[in-house]
Design a protein around this ligand. Structure first.
Ligand code: PXP
Length: 243
């Protein structure tokens, strides 16, 4: 069964728009869990334009499902993650001014750096996932540097899904098969939505977790947060009996 981790960055963006504490990020995280989220993901960026470093510390106190911190591993990020000790850290090579993550790691070129970073998090028994494109070479490189999991960057899948689902998913199936053969855990995220999620989950072998933010929070405006989380869960499994 694939687990749903809800990325709550957008809630922080909304809160920050007015400078107060509405919506209350901690309360939303608790509500997401109550409504069926199996994990909470945050992506602090150096400019703290959405999730603030203090938010991560506050969330650590209350999140009872899987806590996943993703981001570019600069010194401040590393220090934060080691202090919080989440269940999982996802390393993303995004530039400080990137609107959102827009590529996976070149796991061959940055092998030494990744090995070094993974060792730092392993000291604290934090599971490490690294964000990669759906490219078998990058998956093999990820295995070589010793990560526990990879997160496949699904934006290209989402972008081409409407034109041709089979073509859009083909490189992801190959990358996933390679990850399975190599014994790497498999996560995925970026631009997954109610439209494209079920097909992805049904076709990707060994998918453990998806992290979803933008589309899910947008859908919640229309369907409500509880209903939306249940709708996403239904795309991932028939176990709730609604499929
Ligand atoms: N995974 C990573 C590494 C990301 O940077 C993001 C966006 O913060 C996501 C998943 C979630 O993407 P989306 O907001 O499009 O669902």
């Amino acid at each position: 069964m694939t687990r749903l981790s809800v990325n709550i960055n957008k809630i922080a963006t909304l809160r920050n728009a007015r400078g107060g504490n509405n919506p209350d990020l901690v309360q939303v995280a608790l509500d997401c869990e109550r409504f069926g989220a199996q994990g909470i993901t945050v992506h602090p960026r150096p400019d703290e334009r959405h999730i603030r470093y203090q938010d991560v510390l506050d969330l650590k106190e209350v999140v009872t499902t899987e806590f996943n911190i993703e981001g570019n591993p600069d010194d401040r990020f590393i220090e934060l993650v080691k202090r919080v000790k989440p269940h999982q850290v996802t390393l993303v090579p995004d530039a400080p001014d990137a609107i959102t993550s827009n590529a996976g790691w070149d796991t061959v070129r940055y092998a030494d750096l990744l090995r070094h970073l993974i060792a730092i998090f392993k000291e604290d028994n934090i599971r490490v996932s690294i964000f990669v494109d759906a490219d078998e070479r990058m998956v093999e490189g990820a295995k070589a540097v010793g990560t526990d999991r990879i997160e496949l960057y699904t934006e290209p899948y989402a972008a081409h899904y409407a034109e041709n689902q089979e073509v859009a998913i083909a490189p992801f199936v190959k990358a996933a098969q390679r990850a399975n053969e190599l014994g790497l855990g498999l996560n995925a995220g970026h631009d997954l939505s109610l439209e494209n999620l079920r097909y992805f989950d049904e076709h990707i072998p060994g998918l453990l977790e998806v992290s979803i933010g933008h589309a899910l929070i947008c859908d919640a405006l229309y369907y409500g947060l509880e209903n939306t989380i249940q709708m996403y869960r239904r795309c991932l499994s028939s176990e709730l009996g609604f499929s």
